[in-house]
Design a protein around this ligand. Structure first.
Ligand SMILES: [Zn+2]
Length: 196
């Protein structure tokens, strides 16, 4: 009988990843140990490095290795506009359009009462503080157009309006090239409401 306690520990650790069950965790562990020891070392090193050095920007909450991220430090950005996005990936997507020159607040999630994610978990209190700095003139809600994203935008928008902050919602339409019957009803409803 072989001693595999390290292997078991690895499989248990991999199972912490979202969407990874015991079968997938076993597959990953066997792959690394059987076929890619070098990859296993790289993964181990970079994971330890990132886990100890990556933190949240004090101003916008996105991932950064300094106290404040590069976007927040950039004097060329329009500090009067603040876009609220769900994830760093959404922020990157907006950056890629090149159409937004303002600053961001990254929620690092969205409201999801069923999963126990409430306003504090997505930093709404920090956002309210951030948006009331006297410089921000417009907050653009750029959360996703899913039910949870819409609920998040609504809740944040109401809280900001109570503080007298000017709030707008990212415009959207039915995706180009998609058959109407395959587009979710929420999107169609919004597209209708926004018709010109
Ligand atoms: Zn930042």
């Amino acid at each position: 009988m072989s001693d595999t306690s390290s292997l078991d520990a690895l499989i248990q650790a991999l199972r912490r990843l979202p969407g990874v069950g015991v079968k997938s965790a076993q597959r990953m562990a066997f792959h690394l140990l059987q076929h890619d020891r070098e990859g296993a070392q790289v993964l181990s090193r970079t994971l330890a490095q990132a886990a100890s050095s990556v933190r949240h920007c004090e101003r916008c909450h996105t991932f950064t290795e300094g106290a404040v991220c590069e976007v927040c430090l950039d004097p060329g950005r329009d500090a009067t506009r603040l876009a609220v996005v769900e994830t760093p990936a959404d922020q990157s997507a907006m950056e890629r359009t090149g159409a937004f020159k303002g600053l961001y607040f990254v929620l690092m999630g969205r409201l999801s009462p069923l999963d126990g994610v409430g306003p504090r978990d997505i930093g709404v209190h920090k956002l309210l503080e951030r948006a009331s700095d006297g410089v921000v003139q417009e907050v653009i809600l750029a959360t996703s157009f899913t039910a949870e994203g819409e609920a998040t935008a609504h809740a944040i928008g109401e809280a900001l309006k109570r503080r007298g902050v000017h709030v707008t919602r990212l415009a959207r339409g039915v995706p180009v090239g998609s058959e109407l019957e395959y587009v979710d009803l929420g999107t169609i409803a919004h597209a209708l409401a926004d018709r010109r």
